[in-house]
Ligand binder design. Structure first.
Ligand SMILES: NC(=O)c1ccc[n+]([C@@H]2O[C@H](COP(=O)([O-])OP(=O)(O)OC[C@H]3O[C@@H](n4cnc5c(N)ncnc54)[C@H](OP(=O)(O)O)[C@@H]3O)[C@@H](O)[C@H]2O)c1
Length: 279
């Protein structure tokens, strides 16, 4: 069994390291996810728009693992944000995932119609009240939107904001706001889509501990208070490396060198979905 720590925050109990599944097609999920579960991953991150909930559901069902030992997140795509449709879409996700409830349900992007975010947040609260999910949260919300969502939902209702975060992107202001409201920051693209792999600074740091640059990039994230990371891989060797993070730690000097890396490297900024980013 793995030694992944569990993160708390607004009632949340979420493994600090998850398995991302963006762009992993059904066949890849069938191959890699059983191996990832063997390696100790228990937190699985998917989304309606990844088109792999069905494949994930089958693997989880066949794994024979206790439902309570798993932590499954899915995200509602913005074209299902009308309240009744949001609930319908969650039932569809649950059917594909073969689950009675997910552990965490997120709004994937802050894209709302003329009535603003409140009707969609209300539907998210209903999904939780109906037991379709244990926890609710947001994704890609900027600071203003996060504050608005917390104000509407209530101080202890939202568990996380899942946003891009890695050694090349600063998120200090957002982290402070999330901390104030007791939300976890779930770091997506934690390897900066593999850009960290050949970073000479990360290599040098890792070589002191017999670790790779990818492991240093992930360790840097999960050493931070209330930060989770969800790296994705289709490669079992990478999956093994990405969870082998808990028997070394970075020094103050390592952290100082990582802090000095350029922090303006946002990768995920689709024109049609992006809010006004804070950085
Ligand atoms: N909420 C959102 O809007 C949002 C947006 C994007 C992503 N996400 C979530 O975040 C997860 C992670 O993001 P991501 O998949 O875009 O990027 P990522 O995890 O930063 O990078 C994935 C890339 O890194 C490579 N890789 C993984 N581990 C490696 C290792 N140890 N050594 C070398 N290469 C390695 C993978 O290739 P191999 O397959 O060859 O290992 C893949 O090309 C997604 O899967 C998804 O669940 C959420």
């Amino acid at each position: 069994m793995s030694d992944v720590p569990i993160l708390a925050g607004n009632g949340l109990n979420m493994p600090a390291l998850g398995f991302g599944t963006f762009q992993l097609e059904a066949q890849t999920i069938r191959e890699i996810l059983p191996r990832a579960l063997e390696l100790g991953y228990r937190h699985i991150d998917t989304a309606q728009c990844y088109n792999n909930e069905d494949a994930i559901g089958k693997v989880l069902e066949q794994s024979g693992l206790d439902r309570d030992s798993l932590f499954v997140t899915t995200k509602v795509w913005f074209d299902r944000y009308e309240p009744e449709d949001l609930i319908r879409s969650v039932h569809e996700s649950l059917e594909r995932l073969r689950l009675a409830q997910v552990d965490l349900l997120l709004l994937h992007w802050p894209v709302f119609g003329g009535r603003g975010m409140n009707p969609t947040l209300e539907a998210l609260l209903h999904a939780r009240a109906q037991g379709l999910t244990r926890h609710i949260g947001i994704s890609n919300f900027n600071i203003d939107q996060t504050e608005q969502a917390v104000n509407y939902c209530g101080q202890d209702m939202l568990a996380t904001n899942q946003v891009e975060y890695h050694v090349y992107l600063g998120q200090e202001r957002l982290r402070r706001v999330l901390g104030r409201h007791n939300l976890v920051l779930t770091a997506y693209m934690p390897l900066a889509r593999a850009r960290t792999i050949n970073d000479p600074v990360l290599w040098e740091i890792g070589s002191q501990y017999g670790k790779t640059s990818a492991q240093v990039a992930l360790r840097w994230l999960i050493e931070q208070d209330r930060v989770a990371a969800i790296p994705a891989t289709s490669n079992v060797h990478h999956a093994r490396a990405n969870i082998d993070l808990f028997k070394f730690s970075l020094s103050d000097e390592d952290r100082r060198r990582i802090a000095a890396l350029d922090k303006t490297g946002r990768i995920c900024k689709p024109d049609s979905l992006s809010p006004e980013w804070d950085d």
